[in-house]
Design a protein. Structure first.
Length: 645
């Protein structure tokens, strides 16, 4: 007899899913409805039904999620759950490949390459093919292309063409590297992270007897966050579960927001088509948010086509409507957040109970600057602070050197961006120049021009032109113009070849250029940045640990988390949704899902911030229309206020 009181521990929706009969099962688990609880109790229920745990396969996307579920299940049924196969897709594929990789030409003691290993191997291959000179992507960029091609089952050439369509890179050379890299891995008896999934699928596709062995072994297969699966993972799961067909997948199509890394929301939407006899259960009772926030979330997602309709219901009492905050610009938005943050602290909320969310990193620039000025500690959960990012420091190094010919650190950073120049070479060049660099001294320009390695001379000549023009053309009064010329002459191509998230980096640099417009000199801009950086450090020093810091995060990084108070920035068309997504076929739908994810992070209070303008680099003003995701909402769901701070 069961020792677990399932009826007492679960609500009716969860109980129905947990006790579902055999056959394919689709559990649509909306935000905050106890998805993990349902999966955990499903495992416990199967064990209570005398199913051998060794015949249960539980697939997750993180080791942490797998550990949490197994620990909870152990708390329910004890050691009886010990034999269950549970872990990430990569972990399970590796476990099976360790036994059978010989069927694919690998020894069973194959090496799994980490990111650094893969980077080194790609670099070696690139050098062997004589491609490591001018205008060729760095290993991290190549690996991101190979990974996306793998997870989307797309040709490497197609991904490369899309990435470098407007840049001087021979994409056929990228395919040559990929083929050579693939051959090298096999030669070295090694697999990278993507190979684990690909080879796990190949094993079952190409060897029926092995596929049948595991089809027989796993009587029940459970999959978490199914909306995040890619085509490789979905096919692998279908193959594993093909014999017994006891496949239970849990997910929420409303929260499918990772297409950029290969996830395909069609896997969950088309599950009933692949399994016409599947049972469908919906978890719609939300334990996180107040009713007013959930009504807004329900209304926000309703405009999307192609989705499983569901309606979040709260178990909490009515509290207050989300606030629609119309503001003049990014600066007034930042001041509003700080004022409300302070007021909410007085009301008893702790800093760690609040979060500021945004679509892209650059949208938090003004807020970071105001927080530094106000001495308020903040923690960025989705990256480093704006002026500490590598690409921002790169473009700033040119400004620093032009303003201070004795700035050795700026010189070294700038020169090390050029091909075939490393730290040691850059130091030698600095010493040869007499420990200073002044572009108004023709002798110094000649020494540097003749001393740098040959591959670096052409790109340096473009940078030198900017250096020579700096004071002659009054660029010392226009830091944004200097950065813009640097981007056009050199750094744009450098960035696309160096960073796998090139688009985000360029957005940040454009935001930097806009920010410089308020300064009438490069010296003034650099002084302000130095001051703000020191204020940041001081605010962190006086803060009493992370609990005293306001959280800042992209929405993507916030998925799965929750806070009492959420501020959502830059809700304007072109910002959120992003302009780039609106030009893509299904981009708007995914952006609306991203908005849904953002608002459902809030438990008590939600602030939708809608600035109306941004000043452009040429001095003009860009006016923004309020985000379509906000305009679509019924007015009676919002507490509307106008702030022109």
């Amino acid at each position: 007899m069961s020792q677990i009181n399932f009826e007492a521990d679960l609500n009716g929706e969860q109980l129905a899913a947990v006790q579902a009969g055999d056959g394919p099962v689709l559990v649509i688990a909306a935000a905050g409805t106890g998805k993990t609880r349902a999966l955990t109790y499903r495992v416990a229920y199967l064990v209570e039904q005398n199913i051998d745990p060794a015949r249960i396969l539980l697939l997750t996307f993180t080791n942490r999620a797998a550990r949490e579920m197994l620990e909870r299940a152990q708390g329910l049924v004890g050691e009886r759950v010990g034999g269950l196969w549970g872990g990430t897709f990569h972990h399970m594929a590796n476990r099976i490949l360790r036994r059978h990789s010989a069927a694919l030409g690998y020894d069973t003691d194959y090496t799994i390459l980490d990111q650094d290993d893969s980077r080194s191997l790609v670099k070696a291959v690139t050098q062997e093919l004589n491609l490591s000179g001018k205008h060729f992507p760095k290993p991290d960029v190549l690996l991101s292309i190979f990974g996306l091609a793998s997870s989307t089952n797309t040709d490497v050439l197609e991904i490369a063409h899309e990435r470098f369509e407007h840049h001087p890179i021979n994409i056929e050379d990228i395919e040559r590297v990929w083929r050579s890299y693939s051959a090298k891995k096999l030669e070295l008896n090694a697999m990278d992270f993507d190979d684990l999934l690909l080879n796990g699928l190949r094993l079952f596709r190409e060897h029926d007897e092995l596929c049948e062995l595991y089809q027989d072994r796993f009587r029940y297969t459970l999959v978490d966050e199914y909306q995040d699966t890619n085509c490789i993972q979905a096919e692998w799961v279908d193959l594993v579960a093909a014999r017994h067909r006891n496949l239970l997948v849990v997910g929420d199509d409303f929260q499918s927001i990772y297409s950029w890394r290969g996830a395909d929301y069609r896997n969950i939407l088309e599950f009933p088509d692949r399994y016409p006899d599947c049972q469908v259960y919906k978890l719609e009772t939300n334990y996180r948010s107040v009713p007013e926030i959930l009504e807004l979330a329900n209304a926000s997602i309703a405009a999307n086509p192609e989705q499983f309709q569901k309606h979040l219901r709260s178990v909490r009492d009515l509290y207050k409507k989300p606030a629609l905050v119309k503001l003049r610009d990014g600066d007034s938005q930042a001041r509003f957040v700080i004022e409300r943050f302070r007021a909410l602290k007085r009301d008893g909320y702790r800093p760690k109970d609040m979060v500021v969310l945004y679509r892209s990193h650059f949208q938090a620039l003004e807020l970071q600057l105001e927080l530094a000025r106000a001495g308020i500690p903040y923690a960025i959960t989705s990256g480093v602070r704006f002026f500490e990012q590598a690409h921002i420091k790169d473009v700033s190094s040119l400004l620093r050197l032009l303003e201070n010919p004795a700035d050795e650190l700026a010189f070294l950073r700038l020169l090390c961006l050029l091909p075939r120049i490393g730290q040691r070479t850059a130091v030698k060049l600095w010493n040869k120049l007499g420990n200073h660099f002044d572009p108004e001294e023709q002798g110094q320009l000649k020494i540097l021009r003749e001393s740098i390695p040959v591959p670096a001379r052409e790109p340096w000549s473009e940078i030198e032109t900017i250096c020579v023009s700096y004071r002659k053309e009054g660029l010392d009064k226009k830091p944004g113009e200097t950065v813009s010329r640097f981007m056009e002459a050199f750094y744009d191509v450098y960035a696309v070849e160096t960073f796998d998230n090139y688009v985000r980096r360029v957005e940040d640099i454009q935001a930097l250029i806009l920010y410089t417009e308020q300064f009438n000199s490069t010296a003034g801009f650099l002084s302000e940045v130095a001051l703000l950086t020191n204020l940041d450090a001081e605010a962190d020093r006086v803060g009493n640990g992370d609990d005293e810091a306001l959280r800042l995060s992209t929405v993507h990084q916030a998925k799965g988390l929750e806070w009492s108070v959420v501020f959502l920035l830059w809700l304007a068309d072109g910002m959120f949704p992003s302009g780039r997504s609106l030009s893509e076929g299904s981009g708007e739908s995914e952006e609306r899902r991203l908005f849904y994810v953002a608002v459902t992070r809030a438990k008590d209070e939600l602030y939708l911030c809608c600035p109306e303008l941004r000043r452009a680099r040429d001095g003009s003003t860009t006016y923004y229309s309020t985000s379509r995701f906000v305009k679509e909402l019924p007015e009676d769901l919002l507490d509307q206020a106008n702030f022109f701070l």
